[in-house]
Design a protein around this ligand. Structure first.
Ligand SMILES: C[S@@+](CC[C@H](N)C(=O)[O-])C[C@H]1O[C@@H](n2cnc3c(N)ncnc32)[C@H](O)[C@@H]1O
Length: 202
């Protein structure tokens, strides 16, 4: 089964909200907007899922491109965007295969739980794709599962990366501005330890 089928199957077969789909804009994204003064800037979200964060960025007057590999996720995101009367340009694509924007087109890239699902080889491709998409000095905010969480069942929860695994593919293209312990809060009230990573294009 290809990765594309499995993500699509998740969205297509969901009978309830998917574990990562919290339905409210990520607080880490809102903090980054304040810190970096991103209102009104061109931005890209990779792996946007059902569009909650893309819509929020559009509501901050940003020119938003949002991409996902799942047709059903994009369909749901478009419906939510139209309901919110927001303006987001959605692109159905595998980000490792196809660029979502022209080189240097955006000042900020957001990924919540997408880079961390990639194989080590794909993480390097992903990091280069983000760097290519960004203008000089642009930022990437990445939220990724952390190995620091001790689990009874390692299969339950997001992928778990060490700090080195997260940063190593990034360092060739980015200065590391922030690496912090954070959390993914799930709709069912549980949480998982995560990395908050803010990097700046060299
Ligand atoms: C864990 S979910 C997170 C979704 C969203 N960022 C959120 O926080 O709700 C990972 C998302 O990445 C998308 N995805 C996985 N591989 C991808 C790829 N190669 N290119 C684009 N999107 C991808 C999946 O379809 C899924 O929507």
């Amino acid at each position: 089964m290809s990765t594309e089928i499995s993500w699509e199957e998740h969205y297509k077969n969901a009978t309830d909200r998917l574990p990562w789909d919290i339905g409210t804009p990520a607080p880490e994204l809102q903090d980054a907007f304040k810190e970096l003064k991103l209102q009104g800037k061109p931005v890209l979200e990779i792996g946007c899922g059902t569009g909650t964060n893309a819509i929020w960025m559009a509501q901050q007057n940003c020119k938003v491109v949002a991409t996902d590999i799942s047709p059903t996720a994009i369909e749901q995101a478009k419906a939510k965007t139209s309901e919110a009367k927001a303006d987001v340009d959605y692109v159905l694509a595998d980000i490792c295969e196809t660029p979502a924007v022209k080189d240097g087109a955006v000042d900020f890239v957001f990924d919540r739980g997408v880079y961390h699902v990639m194989s080590p080889e794909k993480r390097s491709v992903f990091a280069k794709r983000v760097a290519d998409s960004l203008s000089s000095g642009g930022y990437w905010l990445c939220l990724a599962g952390s190995k620091d969480e001790v689990r009874e069942n390692p299969e339950v929860g997001p992928p778990q990366l060490s700090a080195v695994e997260v940063l190593e593919p990034m360092e060739k293209f980015f200065e590391i501005h922030k690496l912090e312990r954070a959390h993914f809060f799930l709709p069912n009230g549980t949480k998982h330890v995560a990395w908050l990573v803010l990097v700046k294009k060299r």
